[in-house]
Design a binder for this molecule. Structure first.
Ligand SMILES: [Zn+2]
Length: 504
């Protein structure tokens, strides 16, 4: 098959197509091991080979151990002496023996940045190292690298995993029936009937599963809860507000790991998936499906659906109530919707949609950290003075008109808004549908609200020098204008409004 041959040869004849080798050019240790292998085949000592090619045995030893790169003239001489072709000595793969392959792998592993952070003494992978010790070291390094990859995903990987899970959940209308049923069974056994799930019922759920809940002052900083499986204890942070509703959720999430049979996550995607499942489990305990759907159906029949009522009826946060709607509204009431949590800086922290609302996205399809249109309710709500009730707005977008309801709050990280919205046709079921507030958004078109107005650019482009604030908590970078991480439209507007009067 001539075609196949050509295809197979192409990468070798065209350097631009050749697979990239780590580092520069050929690996010296691979070449060295190959030379040693062929010397062994001939049964020569280093001294004998050295004599044949006119090189000191000590130098040859360095070449064989990858400490020194042989010049091409030496390779040619060695090949002639060992009765092989230079190409055979330079062949990057596969290594001649399993032992050689292990030696090369150990050498690479010990030189990796990850191994260097441990400050271990370097083990020479020479002939004195027993093969079982070599094998053991190589396997330990492999496991170290695997665990490191699993627990330390790069922001890039984290974004990809997040997007993958978001799209997966979108296909199921954010509804996981198995977890719904499991949660309903457990809360019913703990004595739940209607309304809010009490702390006492949560404690009973834990004890039914053989756990007691203990509040401690000294939880590790990087943890939210810690479960002692051996002694059946769930450690939670101290109850700062007696009965604060965050604690029920934390306890339920810890229980969730247990009842959902979670194993130690083997990848970042699996870690995120488990996080999603325990959040889902906690939400479906706090707002159990049958009671929640009954409540929402009655409100829909009255054309008076409202996140705030749902929140108050079940004693949860506004965010928990709004997010729970994404699990139930489409699957049980036939209403598509979107949900957003947006920071005061305009960045999207958490979002879900199955109604086609055009979320801001980066090139990879990731939404976290992306700037939300300034004309969307999630951002206009920050300008509203009255924050005691929800704020309603219709927004015309390139994907149609949406009705949205937003409420603001604040946390240690600053202000945020929680928004739930639906396509125009479904606004009729909601309280606030009669609002007169209406805006027009053409995002992602930059002229909508991203690009600064021309007059401001002309006046300030060469006179502005902002210094970016780093957003450590977001996965994705914020909008980049002329300065990375800085919203230049905001900078120019700020300068324009603070500039001294002309001619002053
Ligand atoms: Zn916009």
């Amino acid at each position: 098959m001539p075609r196949l041959r050509v295809a197979a040869l192409e990468p070798l004849t065209d350097p631009a197509l050749a697979p990239a080798e780590p580092g520069t050019g050929l690996d010296a240790l691979t070449v060295g091991r190959r030379i040693r292998h062929h010397r062994g085949v001939k049964g020569w000592t280093l001294a004998q080979l050295g004599e044949a090619v006119g090189t000191a045995p000590s130098q040859l030893s360095q070449v064989e151990n990858g400490k020194r790169e042989p010049r091409l003239s030496l390779i040619t001489a060695l090949a002639r002496a060992l009765e092989v072709t230079p190409a055979e000595l330079l062949d990057p793969s596969p290594p001649p023996t399993r032992r050689a392959a292990l030696e090369i792998e150990l050498d690479h592993a010990q030189r990796s940045p990850l191994a260097r952070t441990l400050g271990l003494p370097e083990v020479s992978a020479g002939r004195k190292l027993p093969t079982d010790a070599l094998e053991s070291l190589v396997r330990l390094h492999r496991e170290l690298a695997r665990r490191h990859d699993a627990s330390h995903a790069t922001p890039e990987e984290a974004r990809r995993a997040n997007t993958e899970i978001r799209l997966l959940m979108r296909r199921t209308d954010n509804h996981l029936p198995e977890i719904e049923e499991l949660a309903e069974d457990l809360v019913r056994c703990a004595g739940y009937t209607v309304g809010a799930l009490t702390h006492r019922q949560v404690a009973r759920m834990a004890s039914d599963l053989g756990f007691s809940i203990i509040h401690v002052e000294d939880l590790p900083h990087s943890t939210r809860t810690v479960t002692d499986l051996a002694h059946g204890r769930i450690y939670l942070p101290p109850a700062s507000i007696p009965g604060g509703h965050g604690l029920r959720s934390l306890a339920l999430q810890a229980i969730g790991h247990r009842v959902l049979g979670h194993e130690r996550p083997a990848s970042y995607t699996q870690f995120l998936r488990q996080r999603l499942e325990i959040n889902y489990f906690a939400a479906s305990c706090l707002l159990p499906r049958a009671a929640a759907v009954q409540f929402l159906s009655a409100a829909k029949a009255d054309k008076d659906l409202a996140v705030e009522d749902f929140r108050d009826a079940f004693g949860v946060t506004h965010e928990a109530a709004a997010h729970r709607l994404t699990n139930l509204l489409t699957s049980h009431l036939g209403i598509p919707l979107h949900f957003l949590r947006v920071g005061e800086d305009g960045a999207l922290y958490r979002g879900y949609e199955n109604d086609g609302v055009p979320f801001p996205q980066d090139a990879s399809g990731s939404i976290e950290g992306q700037p939300v249109c300034r004309r969307w309710t999630a951002r206009t709500v920050f300008d509203v003075r009255n924050r005691t009730t929800e704020n309603y707005q219709y927004t015309d977008t390139p994907a149609g008109t949406f009705w949205c309801s937003s409420q603001t709050g604040s946390s240690g990280d600053g202000g945020f808004s929680i928004t739930v919205g639906v396509p125009y046709a479904h606004a009729k079921w909601f309280r606030g549908r009669d609002t007169r507030v209406r805006t027009r958004s053409t995002c992602p078109d930059g002229d909508c609200c991203r690009r600064p107005p021309l007059d401001l650019v002309e006046r300030w482009a060469d006179a502005a020098w902002p210094s970016a604030r780093l957003h450590a908590q977001t996965l994705a970078p914020l909008p980049s204008g002329r300065f990375p991480g800085v919203d230049d439209r905001e900078v120019y507007s700020f300068l324009a409004s603070h500039a001294p009067p002309a001619g002053g």
